[in-house]
Design a protein around this ligand. Structure first.
Ligand code: ATP
Ligand code: MG
Length: 200
């Protein structure tokens, strides 16, 4: 399974609906400073519900909505709504149809060769709302997280390596670095269970 495309609509600097295709093996995004490269990564974190743990660069969710006056601190004008859709190629059946149906709570998920996870944030006068969709079915964040976890994508995982993470790993103590390796290898889970058992 891999990200096939990303559709940004009114998200951060993407004031127009923009579809960004990704290659299966390796995709590099280049461009001048401030052109929106990191915003694309923020979009993935936002849509997949990984934002809180993996350090999305926004204080409030509503900062993610495209704002024409962003650099002047002007917050007026424009619709206050942003949408990001992550289109996953699942033609290798990393996730089975029944796993997708289960998460969506509906048989009506179309062809699961393609899994589309969409998130929308909408600001009203005095509040904001956040919505998740799985292949156009309305779902909760936990449905998305449970589904992604079955494909090995978790908020605590290392599928996303943020700017600064590498330096942090280099500067860690050997013991802390070992903990990361245990986490990736899936050993950490057993260590935690072992500790629980000792406590009992
Ligand atoms: P660098 O090479 O410096 O890392 P980058 O390509 O990663 O740059 P980003 O950080 O993705 O650039 O984009 C920064 C730009 O996004 C800034 O110009 C900022 O004004 C704009 N931006 C951020 N949030 C919004 C928003 N809500 N509405 C409009 N523009 C925004
Ligand atoms: Mg950047």
């Amino acid at each position: 399974m891999y990200i096939k495309a990303l559709v940004l609509d009114n998200f951060k600097s993407f004031g127009r609906k923009t579809k960004i295709p990704f290659y299966e093996d390796f995709t590099v995004i280049t461009g001048p400073n401030g052109s929106g490269k990191s915003n694309i990564i923020d979009a993935v974190l936002f849509a997949l519900g990984l934002a809180r743990t993996r350090g999305i660069r926004a204080e409030k969710l509503t900062d993610l909505i495209y704002n024409p006056g962003h650099d002047d601190g002007d917050n007026s004008g424009g619709p206050r709504e942003a949408t990001v859709e992550v289109i996953l190629d699942n033609s290798d059946e990393t996730l089975t149809r029944s796993q997708v149906v289960n998460a969506a709570g509906s048989e009506d998920v179309g062809d699961v060769d393609e899994i589309r996870i969409r998130r929308r944030v909408k600001e009203t006068e005095d509040n904001y709302y956040s919505y998740y969709y799985l292949n156009d079915r309305s779902v909760n964040l936990s449905d998305i997280q449970d589904l992604l976890a079955q494909a090995g994508v978790t908020p605590e995982g290392y599928n996303v390596v943020m700017q600064g993470d590498v330096t942090e790993i280099i500067n860690m103590t050997p013991h802390a670095r070992r903990e990361i390796i245990d986490e990736i290898a899936g050993v950490a889970e057993f260590d935690a269970k072992k500790e629980d058992a000792f406590e009992e």
